[in-house]
Design a protein around this ligand. Structure first.
Ligand code: HEC
Length: 226
């Protein structure tokens, strides 16, 4: 009797050990993960790998200068790329993206009936930001870099000429095309009256802060809200 029970216990114990080991071996075999020769993934960036300052090319040539020699007809051909997602007619429908009629100086993220991304809404600063020539130029260079979180799934037009041409074309999509920006307005040979918003490159008498103050909220935390 006694020895019988001891045997049963032993058999039970050994059985358990056997199962545990078997499961271990089987699962090792199933989930074997050979160590890769090269650890990690190879991430191939199409954009310049060096993060660094965004779009140096755009910075190099002001849009005013580029627009001076732009060709709206050539821009119409480039606009075909945009038309995959945008219409350009007056009262045209919103497609994947909003209608772009009269886009120059139009408030950002304000076209009726279009559900903008959170990123674009933030960029609009509550409707105070507009699609100036400058903003368009930067946005079209690399949408995702200029407007973080934008839903515009377009890689961008890296070539100065292409952007200038398409912006020149966008300008024609209006009953009342906005005047072209004056070349040199933002350059150092400042004309009599400074262009709106364009802070002088070098502060005249050290009075103006070096950075354009436009839209930049004062950094200092004000008194706690009510
Ligand atoms: C793959 C689709 C797609 C393509 C191609 C595309 N866009 Fe867009 N675009 C969008 C979407 C979507 C939005 C809305 C973005 C958001 O809400 O973040 C947008 C927004 C915009 C806006 C802002 C409009 C507003 O009312 O604030 C402009 C300007 C614009 N696109 C211009 C262009 C131009 C110019 C081109 C061609 C060079 C182009 N887009 C190509 C999808 C596209």
């Amino acid at each position: 009797m006694d020895s019988n029970e001891v045997n049963k216990l032993l058999a039970g114990f050994l059985g358990t050990v056997f199962i545990v080991f078997s499961v271990g071996i089987v699962s090792d075999a199933l989930f074997a993960s050979p160590t890769p020769e090269k650890p990690g993934f190879a991430i191939e960036a199409t954009e310049p790998a060096e993060g660094g300052p965004a779009a140096p090319a755009a910075e190099a040539k002001p849009i005013a200068e580029l627009l001076a020699t732009a060709n709206a007809e050539a821009g119409a051909a480039i606009f075909k790329k945009c038309q995959a997602c945008h219409s350009g007619e007056k009262g045209g429908p919103n497609k994947v993206g909003p209608d772009l009629w009269d886009i120059i100086d139009r408030p950002v993220a304000e076209h009726e009936g279009f559900a903008y991304s959170a990123g674009m809404k933030e960029f609009s600063k509550g409707g105070s930001e507009k699609w100036t020539y400058d903003n368009l130029n930067h946005f079209i260079t690399s949408p995702k870099k200029f407007v973080k979180g934008t839903a515009m799934g377009f890689a961008g037009l890296p070539k100065d000429e292409d952007r200038a041409n398409v912006i020149a074309y966008l300008r024609t999509l209006s009953d009342n095309p906005k005047p072209l920006p004056a070349p040199g307005a933002s350059a150092e040979n400042a004309p009599a009256k400074p262009a709106e918003g364009a802070a002088p490159a070098k502060p005249a008498e050290g009075a103006a802060p070096a950075k354009p103050a436009e839209g930049a909220a004062p950094a200092a935390p004000a008194a706690p809200a009510k």
